[in-house]
Design a binder for this molecule. Structure first.
Ligand SMILES: NC(=O)c1ccc[n+]([C@@H]2O[C@H](COP(=O)([O-])OP(=O)(O)OC[C@H]3O[C@@H](n4cnc5c(N)ncnc54)[C@H](OP(=O)(O)O)[C@@H]3O)[C@@H](O)[C@H]2O)c1
Length: 484
């Protein structure tokens, strides 16, 4: 099945931090794929901006190298790459200085879609917003894209929101969470609200519990200093996991529009109950066979920061009363795997007397690897062995089911950037959502900091600390296996 590519309007996209890791690894290779697919219309321009002194030719060389390194198969299309590079310009600008702004003002047009990607540290957002206005570059139609982390607590998130709001309306601000750009996440909404099958079962009458797992095999890498001040709660739960939780738990919005969806997500966050500390397990990876432990990685022998967290949450509303949501995420785990599993209740009564095993329907939605979903259903074991039941998955891996080749499996970043150009904010976090998420996580973080909570050690390459297993065992449940 060939996906339809609908070109967006002609645009000027300025990437502040255009020489940085994110721009070279994700943003520009993604834009190159959109260019090759025909989605980026002729006449669109991409302007890199950072302090490093270089001219546009130097920038094109840098991006050609980045596409060769991170662009996958498509980077072999040399003719396509040359045409893409011709759309690039570069301006040397210090967000905190005055040089380069006049040059940028001369390049950015006012009669096409204008977007400014702030791929820089959040401490520079205010300077960029202010100078875009004082130099009369941004207009009331411009869009700005801001990256995570959006604050480190409620107070700093409020301050960031206020800084941006001083120059841009909320309708112009796109707070990116790349998890929301994944094909599966959007399919979660398609499956829930596009089928008659699931929604009637999507409540505490039929759902036993829900598990959300985001497991990484990598450690903190080169981000040790940043990560050690953040930890898994701030780095993963407050944004990615809570966004997934919102999409799985929200009420059906009246329409698939940005504010309708975000209003419903906000209600979920506001209905989250405070968590007792016995229902939170924090972990820190220990040295494994193939690497050093967390404390050595972050060069802080006394660090109490968690590289793993598991928790049991409850949503206080009619739909979900009594249904636990188990969340876990960690680094240096046994496999790289992200999934949401909706575990349905046992049958009220089984007519199959010969069969003593417990059978459950489980809908699992895989974000990585192999984006897709499967529904575990119970059928009769083939053969003459009587009425024995087995559980089998009805599996749909999107790439296989839809016959998508590499060109069609769009990366989350490129999908979201195209949404920015289209002016569609549905998959971006609104300011009040971010603040509500911090308002829920802040007291949990403050409480464990106040009691000097020491994270439990877990072996690198494992499924996390033993206490995380106990969190579910105590409830008569078990985590799903983490499989790559
Ligand atoms: N990398 C990722 O995978 C990732 C993932 C999620 C979120 N993020 C977020 O995305 C943002 C960028 O991350 P990154 O990894 O790309 O960082 P990075 O590699 O350190 O790049 C930072 C960029 O900002 C530019 N810059 C720094 N100070 C500047 C100034 N005063 N004026 C103008 N430009 C300036 C740098 O270029 P010059 O030094 O030449 O100025 C560089 O292009 C950060 O907020 C980060 O938290 C990154």
């Amino acid at each position: 099945m060939v996906s339809r590519v609908i070109p967006v309007d002609t645009f000027d996209l300025v990437i502040f931090g255009g020489t940085g890791d994110l721009a070279r690894r994700k943003i520009l290779p993604g834009l190159f794929r959109r260019f090759l697919s025909g989605q980026m219309p002729e006449g669109s321009r991409i302007i890199g901006a950072a302090r490093s002194e270089m001219d546009s030719d130097g920038y094109r060389e840098m991006i050609a190298d980045a596409v060769a390194e991170f662009g996958g198969e498509e980077s072999k299309d040399k003719k396509g790459l040359q045409a893409f590079l011709a759309c690039l310009d570069y301006v040397a600008i210090d967000a905190k200085g005055e040089g380069g702004w006049a040059e940028l003002a001369a390049l950015v047009r006012h009669d096409v879609v204008q977007a400014f990607y702030f791929s820089v540290a959040p401490s520079l957002f205010g300077d960029l917003a202010e100078r875009l206005h004082s130099n009369k570059i941004a207009t009331s139609d411009s869009r700005i894209v801001v990256e995570k982390p959006f604050g480190r607590d409620l107070e700093s998130a409020r301050a960031l929101n206020a800084t941006l709001a001083a120059h841009f309306d909320e309708s112009q601000i796109y707070r990116i969470d790349h998890y929301l750009g994944k094909e599966t996440v959007q399919n979660l909404m398609a499956v829930r609200f596009g089928n008659v099958l699931f929604e009637p079962l999507w409540n505490n009458h039929y759902v036993d519990h829900i598990q959300i797992t985001v497991a990484e095999t990598v450690g903190v890498g080169g981000r040790g200093a940043y990560y050690d001040k953040s930890g898994a709660m701030r780095d993963m739960v407050q944004n990615h996991l809570m966004q997934l939780l919102c999409l799985i738990a929200m009420e059906p919005p009246s329409q698939f529009g940005a504010d309708s969806v975000r209003d419903e997500k906000l209600k979920v966050i506001r209905a989250l109950q405070p968590i007792d500390h016995h229902h939170i397990v924090r972990g820190q990876y220990d040295a494994g066979r193939d690497g050093q432990g967390y404390r050595a990685d972050v060069e802080n022998p006394r660090s109490f920061t968690e590289s793993f967290i598991a928790m049991r949450c409850h949503i206080a509303n009619w739909r979900w009363a009594g249904v636990p949501f188990y969340l876990r995420t960690g680094k240096r785990m046994k496999a790289r795997s992200s999934e949401i599993a909706v575990v349905f209740k046992d049958l009220g009564h089984s007519i199959f007397e010969e069969d003593e095993a417990r059978h459950r329907n489980i809908l699992s939605i895989r974000l990585q690897p192999n984006e897709g979903m499967d529904l575990q259903v119970t059928i009769k074991e083939p053969g003459p062995g009587g009425m024995r039941l087995i559980d089998v998955p009805l599996d749909m891996t999107f790439a296989e089911a839809l016959g998508a080749d590499d060109h069609e499996v769009t990366d989350a970043y490129e999908r979201l950037i195209m949404d920015v150009i289209r002016g569609n904010q549905t998959l971006f976090m609104r300011g009040d959502e971010v603040e509500a998420a911090w308002a829920w996580t802040d007291p949990l973080i403050n409480a464990w900091e106040a009691r000097n909570d020491v994270p439990k050690l877990y072996d690198a390459g494992s499924a996390g600390p033993e206490d995380a297993m106990m969190l579910l065992h105590r409830d008569g449940r078990r985590w799903r296996e983490i499989k790559g």
